[in-house]
Every structure is written in structure tokens, then in C-alpha cells.
Design a protein around this ligand. Structure first.
Ligand code: HEM
Ligand code: HEM
Length: 189
């Protein structure tokens, strides 16, 4: 029977599936974001690119918030005994930062779209209303400020995710421990 929940020694399927779905989607949104902001007005993707980017971004936000709630309702697997103290601290700081940076991406992306009062359509499925407008908080250029934050934090997030991925590969190929294998859901042999 599949183990949906985490245990002290393993990640459960919910954590594993949402981790890899998050990783693929974040990288996909980064590439789509850079590509779509380079298009000219007459390109057929000029409007469609951002529509898709925003919609997938909101779905990812829902996934990440769900994943954080799931994390609260689950035990976390213990660090492997071979992990040194500084590695445990660095991993914890990296994971917290990855979550925080993703939340900043969702908030800034939402504000770029809604800061002048427009609603945000998620495909044709549902739409999120504007909650704060730039005028209300006294920041007339709120979409530009949010756009700058969104761009800078996107590069920071991808940079940190690259360090995080390299750390996972170091554990796998150099330390030859189960850190990566655990996130791939393989059982102990
Ligand atoms: C944008 C891409 C990525 C993001 C945002 C991301 C985010 C995260 C987060 C937040 C955690 C902590 C999970 C938790 O305890 O709640 C985690 C764990 C983990 N990630 Fe990623 N990740 C990404 C890409 C990758 C890649 C490419 C790899 C492998 C090459 C990887 C390997 C792992 C492993 C092995 C763990 C478990 C670490 C441990 O048990 O201490 N991640 N990831
Ligand atoms: C982790 C998730 C996300 C990543 C990695 C990401 C990445 C990016 C990148 C790299 C750009 C191009 C920035 C530039 O060069 O100006 C961009 C633009 C944009 N993103 Fe995101 N994004 C994410 C989530 C979201 C969300 C949730 C929304 C909205 C709900 C959103 C809305 C936008 C908009 C409207 C633009 C165009 C900004 C402009 O025209 O200057 N993004 N994104």
C-alpha cells in the first residue's frame, strides 16, 4: 500500500509528488516569464503567455500553501545520521528560504496584475479579485515596484534552487547517502 504520509525515516507520496511538481513548475514559470516579457506587441503569444504564466502561478501558489499545511500535519523525516550539524542547519535555512521566496513570487505576481484594481483570471476557471490597489496604500507605481521585486526574487529563487539541487547531488554522488533517494521515494534495500 502506498504511504501517503511522511514517517520519521521516509517522505510520503504527497510530499514527494508535490516537491517534484513544484520544482518543474518553478523552473517552467521562470523560463516562460523571461520569454514572454521579451515578446513584441504583435506576437500572438504577447497576451496568451502572461495569461498562462499567471494562471499556472496561482495554481502553484495553491499547491505550495497546501504543501505547507500538509507539512504541519505530518512528521518530518529525521536528518540522516551521517549529516553533519552545519549541513542540517544549512538545509533547514535553505528550505525555509525556498518557501519564503516562492511566497514573495506569488504575492508580487498577484500585485503586478491587480494593483490597479483589475481581477486576476485563472484560465477561465475562476478569478481572484484585487484586494489592495496602489492608490489605497499610497504607492502609485505599485505595479512597477511589484514587477521589480518579482524579477529580482525570481533570479534569487532560481539561484538558491540551483545550490539546493547541487547539494542534493553532492549527497548522492560524493557522500553516497540516501538524501536524494529519499525524495525520490525509493525504499531502503
Ligand atoms: C525550483 C526547484 C526546487 C524547489 C523550489 C525545491 C524546494 C524544496 C523544499 C522547500 C524542500 C523542503 C521540503 C520540506 O521538508 O518541506 C526540498 C527538499 C528536497 N529537495 Fe528540493 N526543490 C527544488 C528542486 C530540487 C532538485 C532539482 C533536487 C534534486 C536534484 C531537489 C532535491 C531535494 C531533496 C533531496 C530534498 C530533501 C532534503 C532533505 O531530506 O533534507 N530539489 N526541496
Ligand atoms: C515561482 C513562481 C514564479 C516565477 C519563478 C516567475 C517568474 C517570472 C519571471 C522570470 C518573469 C520575467 C520578469 C522580467 O524580466 O520582467 C515574470 C514576469 C511576470 N510574472 Fe511571474 N513568476 C512566478 C509566479 C507568478 C505569479 C503567481 C504571477 C501572478 C499571479 C505572476 C505574474 C507575472 C507577471 C504579470 C509578469 C510580467 C511582469 C512584467 O511585465 O514586467 N508570476 N515572472
Amino acid at each position: 500500500m502506498p504511504l501517503w504520509r511522511n514517517t520519521q525515516s521516509r517522505y510520503g507520496l504527497v510530499t514527494i509528488i508535490s516537491h517534484w511538481l513544484t520544482a518543474i513548475t518553478v523552473v517552467g514559470l521562470f523560463i516562460l516569464g523571461l520569454w514572454m516579457t521579451d515578446l513584441t506587441y504583435y506576437d500572438p503569444w504577447y497576451k496568451q503567455g502572461p495569461d498562462i504564466h499567471r494562471s499556472i502561478g496561482i495554481l502553484l501558489a495553491m499547491l505550495v500553501i497546501g504543501r505547507l499545511l500538509w507539512r504541519l500535519a505530518n512528521v518530518q523525516p529525521l536528518p540522516l545520521p551521517s549529516h553533519r550539524n552545519w549541513e542540517k542547519r544549512a538545509a533547514r535555512m535553505t528550505h525555509v528560504s525556498l518557501y519564503l521566496l516562492m511566497l514573495v513570487m506569488f504575492a508580487s505576481g498577484y500585485l503586478i496584475t491587480t494593483a490597479e484594481g483589475q481581477a486576476l483570471d485563472v484560465f477561465t476557471w475562476f478569478s481572484l479579485p484585487a484586494v489592495v490597489t496602489g492608490g489605497e496604500v499610497g504607492v502609485e507605481n505599485l505595479p512597477d515596484v511589484a514587477g521589480l521585486v518579482h524579477e529580482v526574487v525570481a533570479f534569487t529563487l532560481i539561484g538558491l534552487a540551483a545550490v539546493h539541487a547541487l547539494a542534493a547531488l553532492k549527497h548522492h554522488f560524493f557522500d553516497k547517502d540516501r538524501t536524494l533517494v529519499r525524495m525520490l521515494g525509493k525504499r531502503e534495500s
